[in-house]
Design a protein around this ligand. Structure first.
Ligand SMILES: Cc1cc2nc3c(=O)[nH]c(=O)nc-3n(C[C@H](O)[C@H](O)[C@H](O)COP(=O)(O)OP(=O)(O)OC[C@H]3O[C@@H](n4cnc5c(N)ncnc54)[C@H](O)[C@@H]3O)c2cc1C
Length: 495
C-alpha cells in the first residue's frame, strides 16, 4: 500500500499512476478540514491561479512534456482535454470541470481510498509501504517542520503572486477587441498539431524560448468565431495609447504593495513576476512582457497598439476573464483603482484580486534522486511544487513518475526514469542534479533537455528534432520498463 500526502496536481496524478499499476493507495488531503490560503474548494487537483496548462505543441518544451504525459496515461492530461476551453495555442481548462473530473475518477477507483485529514508528521515508510509527499507550495506548517527536519538546510521558500479575474459583462466591449496574437486560434475544437507554447503570459508567450520564427512557421488557421461575444480569436485585448500606458505605469509604480512578511528574504520566480515589480524595473519592461502588443492589430485603428493587456476566458460559461500574466501584490483597494486605468476595464468588477502567497520547496539536488526518492530515506518520495519544480504540468509530471516508481517499489520491480533526452526525464535530472548553490524551481525548457549531437540549423527545426527524439526515447523506455529491462536509476544517479 502506498500513502500519498496531498491531493493536488502531483498527488492526484501519483495516486492514479500507482493504482493503474494495481497497487492500493491511500490519498490524504487536508481540505476541507483544513483550508490553505489560496484553495477555494474541497476538490482534488484544484487550480489555484491561472486556468492555463500553457502551450500544447511539440515545438515548445511544455507541449512536449504534455505529449509524453499523455503517452504515459496521465489522468491530469485526460481531465484537461475533457474540460478544455478556447485559449489560442495553449491548453486552458474550465477549472471546476477539471477538478471534478479528477475528484470523481479518483474517488471511484477501487484501489484508491481518500482520507480528508491534515497529516502533521511524516509517516514511517518501507519498501512494502512507501510514502509520497506532494503537499505543494502551501504545505501546512506542522508538516513543513517535519520536512525541514528530514532534509535539513535544503528547505527554502519564496513568494509568488496571482492574477486578478474580472466579470465578463463589466468589460467595456466598445474599447476592447477580440483576437489571438498573429491571428492564431484553436477555435472551440481544441485541435492539436505542431504548435507553440505559453507560460501564463499574454497569448501565453511568456517563454524565453519562444522565437518570432516559430510563430511565423505555423500554418495560420483562419481565426475562429467561438467566444462568448461571437468575435474572432480567443482573447479580449485592451489596447493602450502611449498616454494611457504612461498613466497606467505611473499609477502602478506609485501603488501601495501589500506588506510582505520577511520582505528581505522575498524571492520571486522570474517567470511569474508581479506586474509592479516589472514596472519598477523600467518604463518599458511591461511592454516587452505581459503587455506586449506584437501580433495584435486593433481593428479600430488598423494598427498595433502601443501596449495591450490580454484577457483570457476563465470558465466555460465565459462570464469570468483573467488578466493574463498580471499577477500582483498591490493592496486590493489600490489594485481596483490601478487596474481600472486599463482601457475597457474602467467599470470592471473583480471576481478575484491578485495576491501574494508563500511557496515552499526543497532544494532538489541536495535532497532527491531522479526517481523522486528522498536520498536520506529512499522509501519516501517527494513530488510536485514542493519537490522543486515549477508549474501545474511539471508538478503533475513529477507526481506521475513518483507514483510509477512507488508502485514499482511495492511490486519489487526496478525503479527507473525516462532518459534526459525526454522532457520528463530532463525535469527529473534537473531537479536532482542542478547546482544546489543556486537552485531555483524550474519550468521545463528545451535548455534542460540533453542537446542533440548534430542539431539542424533552424531553431524551430532543432526543437522539433528534439521532440521527435524525445518521443522515440520515451517509447523505448516504456517498452523496456514493460519487459523489465529498464535500468534501475537510483544506482546510476548515485554512482
Ligand atoms: C498562489 C499560487 C498560484 C500559482 N499559480 C500557478 C499558475 O498560474 N500556473 C502554474 O502552472 N503554476 C502555478 N502555481 C505553482 C504550482 O504549479 C501550483 O501550486 C500547483 O498546484 C502545484 O501542484 P502540487 O500538487 O505540488 O500542489 P497543490 O496543487 O497545492 O496540492 C497540494 C495539496 O496538498 C494539500 N496539503 C498540504 N499540506 C497538507 C497536509 N499536511 N496534509 C494533507 N494535505 C496537505 C493541499 O491542501 C493541496 O491540496 C501557483 C502556486 C501558488 C501557490
Amino acid at each position: 500500500m502506498i500513502r500519498i500526502i496531498g491531493g493536488g496536481l502531483a498527488g492526484s496524478e501519483a495516486a492514479w499512476q500507482a493504482a493503474s499499476q494495481g497497487v492500493a493507495v491511500t490519498l490524504h488531503e487536508m481540505r476541507p478540514v483544513r483550508p490553505t490560503a489560496v484553495h477555494k474548494t474541497d476538490r482534488l487537483a484544484e487550480l489555484v491561479c491561472s486556468n492555463s496548462f500553457r502551450g500544447d505543441k511539440l515545438d515548445n518544451a511544455v507541449g512536449l512534456l504534455k505529449e509524453e504525459m499523455r503517452r504515459l496515461g496521465s489522468l491530469v492530461m485526460r481531465a484537461a482535454e475533457e474540460s478544455r476551453v478556447p485559449a489560442g495555442a495553449a491548453l486552458a481548462v474550465d477549472r471546476e470541470r477539471f477538478a471534478d473530473a479528477i475528484t470523481t475518477t479518483l474517488a471511484g477507483h477501487p484501489l484508491i481510498s481518500i482520507v480528508r485529514e491534515e497529516v502533521t508528521t511524516l509517516p514511517a515508510s518501507s519498501e512494502r509501504a512507501p510514502v509520497v509527499v506532494a503537499t505543494g507550495p502551501l504545505t501546512s506548517d506542522a508538516l513543513s517542520a517535519e520536512i525541514a527536519a528530514l532534509v535539513g538546510t535544503g528547505h527554502l521558500y519564496f513568494y509568488d503572486a496571482i492574477s486578478p479575474i474580472v466579470l465578463a459583462d463589466t468589460i467595456d466591449r466598445s474599447r476592447v477587441f477580440r483576437a489571438s496574437r498573429w491571428n492564431r486560434s484553436l477555435g472551440c475544437d481544441g485541435a492539436r498539431g505542431i504548435q507553440p507554447r505559453d507560460s501564463g503570459s499574454p497569448d501565453d508567450t511568456g517563454s524565453p524560448e519562444r522565437p518570432a520564427l516559430r510563430l511565423r512557421r505555423i500554418a495560420e488557421p483562419p481565426a475562429r468565431a467561438c467566444g462568448v461575444d461571437g468575435g474572432e480569436g480567443d482573447y479580449l485585448n485592451c489596447p493602450f495609447t502611449r498616454e494611457e500606458y504612461d498613466r497606467f505605469h505611473d499609477a502602478l509604480v506609485a501603488a501601495e504593495s501589500a506588506t510582505v512578511h520577511d520582505f528581505d528574504k522575498e524571492r520571486f520566480f522570474e517567470g511569474c513576476l508581479p506586474i509592479e515589480v516589472m514596472a519598477h524595473r523600467g518604463r518599458d519592461t511591461l511592454r516587452f512582457g505581459p503587455m506586449k502588443p506584437v501580433g495584435l492589430v486593433d481593428p479600430r485603428t488598423g494598427r498595433e497598439p502601443y501596449a495591450a493587456v490580454q484577457l483570457r476566458q476563465d470558465n466555460l460559461a465565459g462570464d469570468h476573464f483573467s488578466l493574463v500574466g498580471f499577477q500582483t501584490q498591490i493592496k486590493w483597494g489600490d489594485q481596483a483603482r490601478v487596474l481600472r486605468l486599463i482601457p475597457g476595464l474602467e467599470q470592471a468588477e473583480f471576481v478575484r484580486f491578485g495576491m501574494v502567497h508563500r511557496n515552499t520547496y526543497v532544494n532538489g539536488p541536495t535532497v532527491l534522486d531522479e526517481t523522486w526518492q528522498v536520498r536520506r530515506r529512499p522509501t519516501t518520495f517527494f513530488a510536485g511544487q514542493m519537490s522543486g519544480v515549477e508549474g501545474y504540468v511539471e508538478s503533475a509530471a513529477s507526481g506521475l513518475l513518483a507514483g510509477l516508481n512507488a508502485a514499482a517499489m511495492v511490486k519489487g520491480e526496478p525503479l527507473s526514469c525516462p532518459p534526459r533526452t525526454t522532457a520528463i526525464g530532463a525535469l527529473a535530472y534537473y531537479v536532482s542534479h542542478a547546482n544546489p548553490a543556486h537552485y531555483e524551481p524550474s519550468n521545463v525548457t528545451f535548455g534542460i533537455i540533453e542537446a542533440l549531437p548534430k542539431p539542424p540549423r533552424g531553431k524551430m527545426e532543432k526543437k522539433l528534432a528534439i521532440a521527435e527524439r524525445a518521443l522515440r526515447a520515451l517509447e523505448d523506455w516504456r517498452a523496456r520498463r514493460h519487459d523489465g529491462t529498464a535500468e534501475s536509476v537510483p544506482e546510476v544517479s548515485r554512482a
